[in-house]
Design a protein around this ligand. Sequence first.
Ligand code: S3P
Length: 170
Amino acid sequence: MKIVLVGYMGVGKTSLGKKLEKKVGFSCYDLDELIEKSENSTIETIFKDKGEVYFRKVEHELFKTFIERDEDFILSLGGGTPCYANNHLLLQRDDVTSVYLKASVSALVEKLKNKRAKRPLIKNLSEDELQEYIAKHLFDRNYYYQNSKFIINVDGKKKKEIVDEILQLI
Ligand code: S3P
């Protein structure tokens, strides 16, 4: 089984993936970490030195290669992964169980307002701008996210509850 966690920045894809790993017994990977290892750099530096288009290209190549692995795994995507380079089509594969971790704009603003520094798309926004940016961005990305096999509303839920919900669905 290939479980792929989808959702906006800050929703908890990475930490939930790691909690899920302990329950399902197969390994969890994080696409941003795979990109950083492969480029021997950080997401911020890649954006800064090579630009977003380059980042999206690497993201696509690594995702495409990874999803074809013949093994069980959990993969936490970056917030933008499903929205570029036809990556959403890779999420439609029969062997992929995609789970959209859905959060409201206000919950995302709360989660992200103190976690902007390492996220190049939002690091220079003020708190007011953040609210408007996320509202628009989520609207634009919704189409890709909603195509996931399962959707879990995460607002107000503890990590354990969300993991249990994922376990019931898959
Ligand atoms: C991005 C999300 C980030 C990272 C990059 C771009 C996005 O991952 O891939 O900064 O476009 O939403 P997280 O969702 O883990 O923050």
